[in-house]
Design a protein around this ligand. Structure first.
Ligand code: GLU
Length: 276
């Protein structure tokens, strides 16, 4: 049995991360299991070397010690490629050649106006209608492409699915929440979704603890676990620490970074008290 904290080394830790790390750490300690550290560093365009060190330093300083060598997802690309190949052979993903601009134009044509309020509007499915041969021909010409989940084909294969959340209860998988999400980006050939399910299984994580902002992603993860024949952990989607503007803390909220709080001479105990 084990839990994990999985930060991206693309910035400094802030109070929101500390809450997530402490939640996973305390669950492992009260159940006498392992607390693992995993660096979600697949987006190498945004990762910086110094952040790995600083994250480790902050966690140790706060007394949130992990149990074995931290995993780096950049060491795991072959495993992610293998998972993608499995999904391709099950015909639950398709190559998508659309540019961002083409997707926006298509969405505007369907809805009359772009859905600017949504962070990432759902893909309208343009490339889903390409035959396997048409897709392969375009790949052979070297046209850049990502791979998208064919959400309807996937759920038809798996049938109804559920996952257990210790905070929110039993949740039925709703594939419409994220639609045909990207499972392998054009530039990095994988995605958060594939990497996280493959690594949670490899590290034998029994309890996935993370912020409730990631709840919609878990619907995709449960589907991927079924398609890839991987175990499903228990989930704990915990609350988020909000900034003064009542919004979720982000990496740009530098004043709430642990480094900056330490510079303001806050002690580790005081910082841990701030998230209670
Ligand atoms: N890397 C994600 C984050 O920093 C966590 C993902 C997860 O716990 O599954 O928010």
């Amino acid at each position: 049995m084990s839990t994990r904290f999985a930060p991206s080394p693309t910035g400094l830790l802030h109070l929101g991360h500390v809450y997530a790390a402490k939640f996973a750490h305390d669950l492992a300690r009260t159940t006498e299991t392992e607390f693992l550290l995993r660096f979600e560093d697949i987006d190498t365009t945004r990762v910086r070397d110094e952040y790995y060190l600083e994250i480790e330093h902050d966690l140790k300083w706060l007394g949130l010690n992990w149990d074995s060598t931290p995993l780096r997802q950049t060491d795991r690309f072959p495993a992610y490629s293998q998972a993608l190949a499995q999904l391709i052979s099950r015909q639950v993903v398709y190559p998508c050649f659309c540019t961002r601009r083409e997707i926006q134009a298509e969405i505007a044509a369907i809805h009359g106006a772009p859905h600017t309020q949504q962070e990432e509007p759902q893909y309208p499915g343009t490339c889903r209608s390409l035959s396997t041969e048409q897709g392969q021909d375009l790949i052979n010409t070297g046209k850049p492409h990502c791979w998208r989940l064919d959400s309807k084909a996937a759920i038809e294969q798996t049938g109804e699915l559920y996952f257990d959340d210790q905070i929110h209860g039993t949740i039925p998988v709703n594939i419409d929440l994220l639609g045909d999400v990207v499972l392998a980006r054009k530039d990095i050939t994988t995605s958060y979704h594939i990497a996280v399910v493959v690594d949670d299984a490899m590290q034998e994580i029994t309890d996935v603890t993370r912020g409730s902002d990631l709840l919609s992603s878990t619907h995709v993860h449960r589907l991927l676990q079924q398609l890839l024949d991987l175990p499903t952990p228990r989930y704990h989607h915990h609350r988020l620490i909000l900034g003064d503007n009542q919004k979720r803390l982000a990496k740009r909220d530098l004043s709430q970074s642990i480094r900056s709080l330490r510079e303001q001479e806050k002690t580790a105990t005081e910082i841990l008290a701030m998230i209670n």
